[in-house]
Design a protein around this ligand. Structure first.
Ligand code: IPM
Ligand code: MG
Length: 374
């Protein structure tokens, strides 16, 4: 068994970010001690709390700490406290800055249903079928990073945002999406608005031209409005979806609803393979839930298992975590967001404690496990 030594930058952020991140770090520590790895966690201020402490959402030492780590674990950022700050100085600007500085142009959001939670999906089970797909969202371009302008009458008369893609930007994320599809069910759906937008026309033409390099992958194209509808009508038609930054942001929240709660979905953001990737749940900082110990830690815990799998090549360890989560769900434990209406729920910390006790049980020598009856 290879024992790894890795440095992980931890950016808990705001709202429920710190509590869900704590849960994921505990699980990663359990993983290290069980499998003999050494994970060195280094925590840095980021987002609104960094504005309060250091005057900027992405302080230079946070960026330097991320750059010199093997991977980054992020909680969530933002909240009402910082919403009235001028455009470009809010916590969200720190997140976009971090993505840009680390060169994170790929964002992967796996939409996987936990078997025990199929009943909480808003879709009827026959429509849901065996839905399991991945959204590959371009993360470094598009309207998010085009020129922004507020002008006239002291910035009150117009606002403008430029949506732009270069063929090279589309190709690099397209390659990743084709590769993902190749390793799965070999079906790629590219989503754009090529009937209206020039940036989307380029997107579609570029993805279509790449198809010949991946003869065994079937490729189709959907307009984003139709894609939004298809995700609800027939989600099991999708294997891998590739789309631009803005459409990917919106469609991934919609797709997360299928899994039953946005609290369940992790994400990977990465650029070049030799650079640190960033892992974060796709949910926000949920300021109204913060500090109440009700937030679901699973988005963050699954981000940790995704990190083990994708950055460190630790598939066994990733499965060890995911299987423990599934057993806790099988035993009926739920946080409030994933409970059946009127069903019983436990606090976030209790839920994490249950997962950790499952992890311990799974790590115990076989003889001990048998005497526990597991
Ligand atoms: C996400 C978030 C961010 C985004 C915000 C917080 C800037 O919604 O990661 O999906 O729009 O990318
Ligand atoms: Mg979003």
């Amino acid at each position: 068994m290879t024992q790894l030594r890795k440095t992980i930058a931890v950016l808990p952020g705001d709202g429920i970010g710190p509590e869900v991140t704590r849960a994921a770090v505990e699980v990663l520590r359990d993983c290290a001690s069980t499998f003999g790895h050494h994970f060195d966690f280094r925590e840095f201020p980021f987002g609104g709390c960094a504005i309060d402490a250091c005057g900027a959402p992405l302080p230079p030492e946070t960026l330097a700490g991320c750059r010199s780590s093997d991977a980054v674990l992020l909680g969530a950022i933002g909240g009402p406290k910082w919403e009235s700050l001028p455009f470009g100085t809010r916590p969200e600007a720190g997140l976009l800055g971090l993505r840009q500085e680390l060169g994170l142009y790929i964002n992967l959001r796996p939409i996987r249903l936990r078997p025990a939670l199929r009943g909480i999906s808003p879709l009827r089970l026959e429509r849901l079928a065996d839905c399991d797909f991945e959204i590959v969202r371009e993360l470094a371009g598009d309207i998010y990073f085009g020129e922004h302008g507020l002008g006239g009458n002291g910035g009150q008369a117009y606002g403008s945002d430029l949506a732009k893609y270069t063929a090279a930007e589309v190709e690099r994320v397209g390659r990743y999406a084709f590769e993902r599809a190749l390793a799965r069910r070999r079906h790629l759906t590219s989503v754009d608005k090529a009937n209206v937008l020039a940036s989307s026309t380029l997107w579609r033409d570029t993805i279509a031209a790449m198809k010949s390099s991946y003869p065994s992958v079937s490729l189709d194209h959907l307009y984003v409005d139709n894609a939004a509808m298809q995700i609800m009508l027939r989600p099991n038609q999708f294997d891998v979806i590739v789309t631009g930054n803005m459409f990917g942001d919106i469609l991934s929240d919609e797709a997360a609803a299928l899994a039953g709660s946005i609290g369940l979905i992790p994400s990977l953001s990465r650029g070049r393979v030799d650079q640190p990737a960033l892992y974060e749940p796709i949910h926000g900082s949920a300021p109204t839930l913060a500090g109440k110990d009700v937030a679901c830690p699973l988005g963050s815990i699954f981000s940790a298992s995704l990190m083990l799998r994708e950055s460190f090549g630790l598939e066994t360890e990733a499965q060890w975590i995911e299987a423990a989560v599934d057993r806790v769900l099988d035993r009926g434990y739920r946080t409030v967001d994933i409970a059946e209406p009127g069903g019983r729920s436990v606090r976030g910390s209790e839920f994490t404690a249950q997962i950790r006790s499952e992890l311990r049980a799974a790590s115990a020598p076989k003889s001990e496990r048998q005497s526990r009856g597991a």
